[in-house]
Each structure stands twice: as C-alpha cells, then as structure tokens.
Design a protein. Structure first.
Length: 611
C-alpha cells in the first residue's frame, strides 16, 4: 500500500514514466537478527602476541646455557668455527620456531578461527617468517649480555612483560581487523592487493621487520666476535696475518720490569729462551709449540695493584714430548693454558702453535688442538658415545673411520663395556666424566693437547689406565699437562717446568731436577729417646754438614749432602750402631720430586719477599 502511494505521488510530480523500485525493501517490522561477533579476531592481537613471543626465552636460555657451561668454547677449541656454529644454531632455532608457528596456524585454522581462515596464508607466512627470524636474531644479541641461565631466565620474563612486540602487535592487529571486517561483511580477509590500501600498515611492518632482522643479526654477530671471541672491535678493518711473519720472528725486547726477573736468569731457563730465539730466527716444523716472551697482566681493581699472572715466559715444545707444568695454586698455570687455548689474550708477547700465532690465528689453531679442561664441560643429556661422535665430526672424521675412532677412544678410557658408552653423561660419576673428557681431547689426532689436571678424582686403577693412554698418545704430538701429583708428573712427563708467582723457575727432565735441586739424602732412624744423642753423633760423624729436619719420640730425620757420604758407609755405620743400642727402624731415601718442588717454591717466594 505504501509503495503504490509513493509511486502515484512521483508520477504526479515527475511524469508517468517515473517509478521507484522496492524489490529489495523488506516489510516492517522485521524479525530480530544477531550481529556476528568474532572474538578471535578482536582478542587475537593481545593473546597471539604472547603466544608467539614465548619463543624468545626458549632461544635465549639455550644460548646462555651453552655459554654458562662453556660448551661453546669447548666446541670452538675442537675446531667448530664461529660461522658454522652460528649457521647450525640459527638453523636449529629457525626450524623449531617454524614448526611452532606452523602448528599454531594449523590448529587455529582447524578449530575454525576466522583470524587464520579469512586472511591470505601466504601473507601470514611472510609475516611470521620475518618475525621469528627477527626474534631469533634478537635472542642472539641479548645472549651476549648474560653468562648465567637463571639471570637470563628472569630477564627474559621481565623483557616479555615490558616489551610489547610493536611490529608483531601491529601486524596481528591488521590481520584481526581484516578478519573481523570480512566475517561481518561476508567477504574475504586480508589479501596481497590490500597491502596497497593507505589505511593498511602491513607493508610498513614487513619492511621494518626485514630491515631490523638483518641489522640485529649483524650487530649480534659483531658483538659475539668482540665479546666471546676476544677480537679487536675494529677486527673487520684489519688484514689477517699468516704464519710466522718476519716481524713476528723478532724476539720481543719487552721485559717484565719486576725484580723477580733477576732471579729468572738461571741457566736452564736462559737456555730455553735462547732456544726459542733460534727457532724463531729459523722456523722449523720440529716444534709444535713456541712461546716467545709471553706475559699476562690483570689490571688492579678496588685499590689493589695489578696482578702478574705470567711473566715473560719463553718455552719450546717439540713433537712427541709431554711437558708437565708444576706450581702452587695461583702460580699462573691456568692463565697460561687459557692464553694458549684462546680464552684470554696475552698482554704482550705471543706463542705459535704449529707455526700459527695465537693472537691472530686461533680459528686455524683450533682445528689441530685438543683440550681436557680442569672442569668437565659436557652436555648432561648426551651419552659418552654421542659426545665423541660430535667432536670426532668436528675433527673431520667420517663414516667407518669415525666409528672406529669412537670405539677405540671409549675402550682406551674403559667406557666401552657394560652399556656405559650409551649412558647419559649427566649420570656418570666424577671419574667417568674425567675419563670422557680425556677421550674427547685425544680424538681426531690433534697435534697439540692441553690437559689440565686430567687425573683429578680418579681411583688408582683408572688413573693408571689413563696414564697408559697419555703415554701412547704423546708419540706423535705435543702434550702440555698441569698437575699437582708429583707421581703423575714423574710417570708421564719428559720435561717439567716449575712455576712460582707467574715465573718459570726451572726446566728439565725429572732426573735432572732431582739431581740439581735435591743434592742430599734423607736419613731416618727410630730408637728409644735415651739414644737420640747417639744417633745424632753417628750422623754428624758420617756428614759434618748434616741437618736435622724432624724429631719426635725417638724418630729423627736428617738431610745428608750427597757429596759428603757414600751409601756403603751409611750401612756400615748403622750395623755398628745396632751392636751398641736398639735400632727399631731406619732408612735412607733419595730426594723426591716433591722435595724439589717444595724447595724451588720456597726459594722463589723467599726471594720475592726480599725483593
């Protein structure tokens, strides 16, 4: 009725040909309808932002874990360069993140969320791909700031609470806006053609994330090279040096300046220094390690003076030699090992390993180096066999050669039988971990091996087994070994060096050192207290310059200069004494390596105090 009246009025005003069409006009009143509200599209930007950003702490904690347990530097010492490490780690985290995001999108699509179904999947793929790469790059950068997993975990959680994920939130907001509109209007969500819309910010987001990804990844790699690898901040501007250049062959004229260096001018130490000069003047391949005036000084802090950890060390080690480093705690042994393995940079001087300079060529040195650190650096969730397979591959072992090398290594350290090889290292005893660390240091036939107290925590049987492994291994390589066991040093080492206060006090084989610093016998006799004076008279009759070093309850010890006595005279004197009084026990012992160590250490410390 209303339509007919309206058309009649229009014909009256505009003519008989005018007509209004009402085909699409519904009758009033119309039935009630409900507006379709898509909560996933509305709440998506808030909820999904947190779901995606959960990947950040996972990547960060994994990177910091390897740093805290020094697994990264352990891998580097065995030949894994920075480039391959970054590529492998990055690819692993990218694969994990991609699978995570794929499951996230597939599940959302499966349950029918328009947030995923209506927007073009190819745009979603590009957006998520760019963001997870940016997030991984940021984790690599932030990992340089932490050295402890607990600290990194707390910081990552706080970071997630404070960091709004601007680019992520903006992109998800655009997706949700188009999904909500498409659902409400019955059309599609975001398509590639929509990126040209002036009201759409997705184009800017994609460009920003792509640029930021590249920049953050580059800065993270640079920071890693400067901080973790110890390179100069301007390393990319410097040309790499190769081998022993003419300038590096010249012995450093720098001296410690310390009064202790006056004492250093001992014949054996000076001969070693002259030997180094000759080797540097005429380079040869016979010596695997050459240290030239190596020095490490730690700056003073909190009002304390600077610390001389290693003072003007010159040392040459040929192939096939096991060199033992002895010295009290704090003598500089670990600082020396850390410089040789690239953990710290020398303050002055340098060293050459297989002709390569430790200051500039550590990446090449690592390929021919093995390390058994003082503390076991192992993955707790990997088995002993998996450890050796991993490090064997870093040494370019493949196929049957790798399998054979792993089995021989496991057998040599008694970790092959009883299923021990396939047991997780985290369940190993302390001695088993120590043996695994030694096996890792020797796999792949490295030319130089550093062993920092390798037999610590081993029972006598395992220690003897380990000694045999080291003795076989030194045939075609140089081994530098630090130890506090005089028995181990005498059993394994061809030459010994005693360090005190950062200085090399003496160098030589065990017999030479005992002959040089142990020029006396130790005579012990136990009698009743009534005959102590008679024993003392007997000793002074044998050796006028004898010195009493111990006396308690009838037991007395004396040092007898070797040049004053004959062993036959001692036996004769004791037999004569037995006829006059009761001798409960007696003994004559040569100087031990431990006596030499104590004598040298005390003498050096006394000289330092006087200076």
């Amino acid at each position: 009725m209303h339509a007919q009246a309206s058309n009649a009025y229009l014909e009256y005003l505009l003519g008989p040909t005018t007509k209004m069409l009402f085909e699409f006009v519904k009758e009033m009143p119309k039935p009630e309808t409900r507006v379709r509200m898509d909560l996933s599209s509305l709440l998506g930007p808030l909820f999904f932002t947190w779901v995606i950003i959960q990947l950040f702490p996972v990547v960060l904690i994994s990177l910091v874990y390897e740093k805290e347990h020094r697994l990264r530097i352990m891998m580097k010492m065995h030949g894994l360069g920075d480039g391959p490490y970054w590529m492998i780690s990055y690819a692993y985290f990218l694969a994990i993140s991609s699978i995570y995001m794929l499951c996230f999108v597939v599940f959302g699509s499966f349950v029918g969320l328009n947030f995923f179904n209506l927007n073009d999947y190819s745009i979603q793929f590009v957006f998520y791909f760019l963001y997870i790469n940016l997030q991984i790059s940021l984790a690599f950068l932030v990992a340089d700031l932490f050295s402890n997993v607990k600290t990194a975990t707390g910081a990552a959680i706080i970071f997630m609470e404070l960091y709004p994920g601007f680019s992520l939130y903006r992109g998800l907001y655009e997706f949700s806006e188009y999904a909500f509109t498409g659902n409400y209007m019955g059309t599609d969500g975001m398509r590639w053609k929509d990126l040209t819309d002036s009201n759409n910010g997705m184009t800017e987001v994609l460009i920003i994330m792509a640029v930021e990804w590249v920049v953050v990844l580059g800065v993270a790699y640079y920071a890693d090279q400067v901080r973790s690898s110890g390179k100069d901040p301007l390393f990319f501007l410097r040309r790499p040096q190769k081998g022993l250049s003419s300038s590096s062959r010249k012995p450093s004229l720098q001296r410690d300046g310390s009064k202790v260096c006056v004492q250093m001018e001992k014949l054996d130490v000076e001969q070693e220094r002259e030997k180094v000069k000759q080797l540097l003047a005429e380079p040869s391949t016979s010596h695997s390690v050459i240290c030239n005036h190596l020095k490490k000084i730690y700056p003073g802090r909190d009002g304390n003076p600077e610390k001389f950890a290693v003072r003007d060390l010159s040392l040459a080690l040929p192939q096939g030699e096991c060199f033992g480093m002895l010295g009290p705690n704090g003598a500089g042994k670990t600082s020396f090992i850390n410089m040789m393995t690239g953990l710290i940079k020398p303050s002055s001087g340098t060293a050459y390993v297989q002709g390569l300079d430790i200051r500039t060529d550590m990446d090449r040195i690592y390929t021919s180096m093995g390390v058994c650190p003082q503390h076991d650096l192992l993955w707790e969730n990997l088995t002993g066999r998996e450890h050796l397979l991993f490090y064997g591959r870093l040494k370019n072992l493949k196929g049957s050669s790798l399998t054979q090398a792993v089995e021989e290594s496991l057998k040599s350290v008694n970790l092959f039988n009883g299923g021990v090889a396939d047991k997780q290292a985290g369940k190993y005893s302390g001695g088993m971990k120590r043996r695994l660390s030694v096996a890792i240091s020797l796999i792949g036939d490295p030319k130089v091996v550093y062993m920092d107290e390798p037999s610590t925590g081993l029972d006598p049987a395992s220690r003897n087994l380990l000694w045999n492994v080291v003795k076989r291994a030194k045939q075609n390589r140089a081994i530098i070994l630090t130890t506090h066991s005089m028995e181990e040093a005498e059993h394994l080492c061809d030459r010994l060096g005693i360090f005190v206060d950062g200085s090399l006090q003496c160098v030589g084989n065990p017999k030479e050192l005992k002959a040089r610093y142990g020029g006396s016998y130790v005579f012990t006799m136990t009698t009743s207290e009534n005959h102590e004076q008679e024993v003392e008279n007997l000793v002074h009759h044998l050796s006028p310059n004898a010195t009493k070093i111990y006396q308690i309850s009838g037991t007395q010890k004396f040092e007898l200069p070797k040049h004053e006595i004959r062993i036959a005279d001692v036996f004769q004197a004791v037999e004569n004494a037995k006829s006059r009084f009761s001798v409960q026990a007696w003994g004559l012992a040569d100087t031990t390596l431990e006596d030499v160590f104590i004598k040298v250490a005390r003498g050096a410390r006394a000289f330092t105090k006087l200076s």
